[in-house]
Design a protein around this ligand. Sequence first.
Ligand code: FA5
Ligand code: MG
Length: 428
Amino acid sequence: LSNRCKYSTAPKSICTLHINDKEYQSDNFTNATPKIISYLGRNLHLQKGHPLSNVRQRIVDYFYKSFTHRGNPTFSVYDNLSPIVSVKQNFDDLLIPLDHPSRAKSDCYYLNKETLFRAHMTAHQSELLHAGLDNFLMIGDVYRRDEIDSTHFPVFHQVDAVRSQRKEELFVDHPDLQIFEPIFDPQYPEAFTNSTTDAHKQSCHTLEATKLMENQLKTHLLGLVQTLFGNDIRYRWVEAYFPFTHPSWELEIYYENQWMEVLGCGIVRNEILARAGPNNSIAYAFGLGLERLAMALYKIPDIRLMWSNDSGFLNQFNNKDVNAKITYKPVSIYPQCVNDISFWLPNNITVDTFINNDFYDLVRDIGGDIIEQVKLKDKFIHPKTKKHSLCYTIVYRHLERTLTKAEVNAIHKEIEKAITDSYDVVIR
Ligand code: FA5
Ligand code: MG
């Protein structure tokens, strides 16, 4: 990542931005700052053990498990699409009107008047439909100019999806029913303009097809939310508006004494489908925010924690089982103090028979609450003496104050003494 423009905020004069080996000529639309550009490639949704990645995995698993065709998953997953998109992809292809506020410079990060950091994952919907896909998930980072507080951050992550069905799939049991009203001939996409005049369905669709898709959409999304939060989760459907779906809804869940919107969805406007290819299908689409789900699921109080590199945060989620029930424990704002401990094992114990958990308990017994983390760092067998040795990293951190080096050293010495006494080891 490089850029030749010397600017601390958005560039004031014309220059060339270099991002991932591509060049973008700045213009009076350019407002992406170096800080924002620096978030490119973090890919938190793909970082193993990260809460956003865990939730992504659970959502993908749900769709893989729930929908199969001849033993194969029905949905394909795209989680690595470039976040730099065209205005056409982000807005035009989705029928977003030219004067729609979501296009404003004040709301998006533009590289120039034709190119921006995607503001939603729906930006990829048309191109993937055009490529011939009918059931797919699009997962990645999205960028919006917004306030920064405990629930807002200019970069967040979305999972978007399209599920389309042909007449034979939708009406398996009712071959007499139709997706399209008879006056709409799928061969002539011009017939599909202005499909939103009726509040309950698109004018080209039959009511049966619309209602069946609505029912599937709501059942599938509720199933997802219940898989994540359990069957007792309180929820409600709210009527909504998106330029690219009709009718549209939002799903809200009751969390921490208030209703929180977790996703938007609806029946894809037929103009989009007809233009991109599949002109004999009906589709639903949705887009959900990974941060909101992860924060509610793990009780993470601040969205900024998602960007933390602190092992005290990350290790809480780094469980082998992504479905494990985890509740976030606040990490102290006071600094960590990291100390290694290495010892030679007695002859009757090898690096593989030593019980790690015993050591962890011993460390916790002595260090108590100031032990944030203990991790096996290294196993070593001396090539000549054949003696076995282990090395652990201990992370100390007090929740209410800064620990002094002397204090930590004293506890560390105590741990060394205890391990020597209990296991007959020799500190290196
Ligand atoms: C959209 O972005 C639509 N593209 C969703 C969609 C897709 C609708 C396909 C219909 C069909 P919205 O701006 O409401 O809609 O964002 C969708 C979800 O992203 C929200 O429900 C929320 O969970 C999450 N989200 C939106 N803004 C933020 C934010 N500032 N911080 C965290 N999460 C956010
Ligand atoms: Mg919304």
